[in-house]
Ligand binder design. Structure first.
Ligand code: ADP
Length: 150
């Protein structure tokens, strides 16, 4: 069984994340969307809200599971028998950042990171810009699943 973990903050989930997840579905038998909990980070949406947004978005997709985790992503993968980490790439900055993490994770655990290139339509979308729009009462409906703005 090919199982991948898609780790992230998802604060909140955007249409960029949704695009990567939907395009990865044919590649894996199961994808666990794993929301990392970092005690030092300040989030706009609490963990229950972020989880509920993702659950609602994929409620009709049996291949997708949603979970939260603390600690190293590779430890979470090993505990859950996942051999792959899924990540999205938008630009050279993502590449440089992700390259170091992926190589470190492979050295630590042998787990391979699979990258999907962002779609042209969603390549500019980021959770941080979406948070800015929401904070300033702008209209973020083109960037996130509808449930995030309910
Ligand atoms: P993290 O804090 O781990 O970067 P994010 O929720 O910001 O968590 O992102 C999770 C993953 O989704 C990362 O691999 C990121 O590159 C990817 N991602 C975010 N936005 C997009 C997008 N618009 N297109 C493709 N991938 C994206």
């Amino acid at each position: 069984m090919k199982k991948a973990v898609f780790p992230g903050s998802f604060d909140p989930i955007t249409l960029g994340h949704v695009d990567i997840i939907e395009r990865a579905l044919p590649l894996f038998d199961e994808i666990v969307i794993a929301i990392g909990i970092n005690a030092d980070k300040k989030y706009m949406f609490d963990i229950e809200q972020r989880k509920a947004f993702i659950e609602q978005t994929f409620k009709n997709q049996p291949k997708i599971k949603i979970d939260t985790y603390k600690g190293l992503t590779v430890d979470y993968c090993k505990k859950n028998n996942a051999s792959f980490i899924l990540r999205g790439l938008r630009n050279p900055a993502d590449f440089e950042f992700e390259k170091a993490i992926a190589q470190t994770n492979r050295k630590l655990s042998g787990i391979e990171t699979i990258f999907l290139l962002t779609s042209a339509e969603t390549s500019f979308i980021s959770s941080s810009i979406v948070r800015d729009i929401i904070r300033n009462d702008g209209n973020a409906s083109s960037f996130v699943p509808p449930i995030v703005l309910k």
